[in-house]
Design a binder for this molecule. Structure first.
Ligand code: ZN
Length: 291
């Protein structure tokens, strides 16, 4: 599809309703979308330059967590909110670009992954319209997930983003964020070559590590989580930050039970993920803090 056709390329006019927030920034200069699957551009003024020209090699997935679409788009595209994302994926599968990929959008906040703290500089942010945990947390429609997959596949190819760097906001900010949450179908993305995933080990009775325990096993758990990329203190103590990181891990990789308790299934799944990483991917960083 030629990029120049992006404003009039819908194959089915019946499906093409007006965007819910027409003209929110009608005075702003528009731009050509980076992705051929983005059908619309609503320019956001909320962006800056990537630090030291850092090229993005991560995709960060979010849900909007607001009760209505209009409010979510307005927040991401209005001056003064200090919030934005490169893309918004609507429930009907339409994809809107708000910030050029070359620029640094403001979606991650205080975050860390693999020892890196300026996640906005190294990532492309995708906001998926979903009301989120505070507003009933509906399932993600299949059409919307198909659009997320198509968008991510293109970015991964163009930007050489490895699968294990397609992450949830909750992965990089476990103390603050739940999105896109345990209902997000990471396994479907992985089936289409997006993200890093192994079949989670079944939840069974058995030994667990949990809040308050101090042991070498806890330290090993923290080291394994840090090797994967999580920002977790290596203290040997199962403290609140450790529980928050385990919870984030479960939301992404073992969604059948999200309780912050490192049971056998959680540990097995974590080690299977580490074993299936490309050899050059494991971070040697082990001294990151939880914030
Ligand atoms: Zn988010």
């Amino acid at each position: 599809m030629p990029l120049s056709s992006h404003t009039s390329s819908s194959p089915d006019p019946k499906r093409r309703r007006a965007l819910p927030i027409p003209g929110v920034n009608s005075s702003m200069k528009t731009f050509t979308p980076d992705s051929s699957v983005a059908s619309d551009v609503i320019p956001s003024p909320n962006y800056g330059e990537r630090n030291k020209g850092r090229q993005p090699d991560m995709i960060l997935l979010h849900y909007t967590g607001m009760p209505d679409v209009e409010g979510a788009i307005t927040q991401l595209c209005t001056a003064g909110t200090e919030l934005s994302a490169h893309y918004i994926v609507l429930e009907d599968g339409r994809i809107v670009q708000c910030v050029p990929e070359a620029k640094r959008a403001w979606h991650a906040g205080v975050s860390t992954w693999g020892g890196e703290e300026d996640i906005n500089s190294c990532s492309i942010g995708i906001e998926i319209i979903n009301r989120g945990h505070d507003w009933g947390y509906p399932d993600f429609p299949l059409r919307q997930i198909a659009a997320v997959i198509a968008l991510c596949r293109g970015i991964m190819l163009r930007r050489k983003v490895p699968g294990h760097r397609v992450l949830a906001h909750s992965d990089v900010a476990p103390a603050r964020k739940k999105d896109p949450g345990e209902k997000f179908p990471w396994h479907s993305l992985a089936n289409s070559g997006v993200g890093h995933w192994v079949q989670p080990a079944p939840v069974i009775r058995g030994d667990t590590l949990k809040l308050g325990i101090i042991s070498d096993e806890v330290r090993d758990l923290q080291l394994a989580l840090a090797r994967y990329g999580y920002g977790v203190p290596i203290s040997g103590k199962y403290d609140n930050p450790t529980m928050e990181v385990v919870t984030a891990f479960q939301r992404h990789f073992r969604p059948a039970r999200v309780d912050g308790i490192a049971d056998r299934s959680t540990l097995t799944t974590l080690h299977a993920l580490l074993s299936s990483l490309p050899t050059d991917a494991v971070t040697t960083h082990t001294a990151v803090t939880a914030k």
